[in-house]
Design a protein around this ligand. Structure first.
Ligand code: CA
Length: 312
């Protein structure tokens, strides 16, 4: 694999509704090294590829299944069987609780051409494209909220690992990563579930990850994790009016042998210190020297990687 790796975040989600097979096929065609799938379970313990535990911001569930929401007004994947989810139409993501598109310049939010995909369907698609194009894209699978699933009687990690194994992803050969925000679950994947795939600990700027990001926390994480998946703002120090510098965390992670795969690089959501996505990516490829990026626009990341190599 080239370095830094480019992970298509929810597929080529900058161009097509996230996590649809179309977005995954486009990501493959645009040259992403890895294609991401977020996995949640249905009431009948089937695995589907969706970012949220609920269906409200990317489907027409409220229209098709009136009265099936919980008291918070949301319709949860775990309350529906796969056969029901297959009746839904998937749209471009809306800003939560509104009818407006979250990213207005993206695929038209009222064009309903897409369906929810199962994990098996997505893995079939990627395997098929790897064969027909001769270009081997890897997979990058997130186990979504394992604690929530356990509370509903589902061992999500176990189900996901079994499905990945069925598609030939069981070795640490770089064809597949597994990622999770839940630190205890990530350790369990290695120790209890004997997962050989490289594990990525996702973290955010929230205080709950503070302990994990100390020198001691990272050292203990490195016993079972391959790398860290922080938000990009966590690995640069940005002072107003100055070019951001790599922050302490990036070095600390590297010192204990953890790779750094940062999220999420998108053209339509830039920090104040970058004018374009290209400029932002260059900063992280060159100055922060990340080992991988999650991007909604994987073609841009592939292109910037090629051009920054030339100037180095
Ligand atoms: Ca994800």
């Amino acid at each position: 694999m080239p370095s830094p790796i480019v992970i298509a975040h929810r597929g080529a989600s900058g161009y097509l509704p996230e996590h649809t097979l179309a977005a995954k096929a486009l990501a493959h065609g645009l040259g992403a090294d890895y294609i991401e799938q977020d996995v949640v379970a249905t009431r009948d313990s089937q695995l589907v590829v969706l970012h949220d535990l609920h269906l409200d911001d990317v489907t027409d569930v409220a229209l098709k299944f009136p009265g099936r929401q919980r008291s918070d007004g949301r319709h949860y994947v775990i309350d529906f069987d796969l056969a029901e989810l297959e009746m839904l139409t998937v749209f471009e993501r809306r800003a939560s609780g509104t009818a407006r598109a979250k990213y207005p310049a993206r695929f038209p939010a009222d064009t309903g051409l897409f369906r929810i995909a199962t994990l098996a369907q997505e893995l079939q698609l990627i395997a098929g494209l790897n064969r027909s194009t001769g270009r081997a894209a890897g997979i990058y699978t997130e186990i979504k909220d394992p604690l929530w699933h356990r509370r509903h009687g589902v061992d999500l990690s176990k189900l996901v690992l079994a499905e990945l194994r069925a598609f030939g992803y069981s070795r640490g050969d770089g064809r597949a990563f597994v990622q999770c925000f839940d630190a205890a679950e990530l350790a369990r994947l290695k120790t209890e579930l004997d997962c050989r795939l490289p594990l990525i600990q996702l973290v955010g700027p929230e205080p709950e990850y503070g302990e994990l990001l100390t020198v001691a926390g990272l050292r203990s994480l490195s016993a079972h994790a391959y790398g860290l998946g922080p938000h990009y703002s966590q690995i640069v120090a940005a002072e107003e009016g100055r070019r951001p510098r790599p922050a302490e965390l990036a070095r600390r992670a590297r010192d204990v042998g953890l790779r750094v795969h940062a999220y999420t690089f998108r053209r339509d959501d830039l920090p104040p210190y970058a004018r374009t996505l290209e400029e932002l990516l260059e900063l992280f490829f060159v100055d922060a020297a990340v080992d991988g990026v999650f991007s909604d626009h994987p073609d841009v990341a592939v292109r910037v990687r090629a051009s920054t190599r030339k100037v180095q």
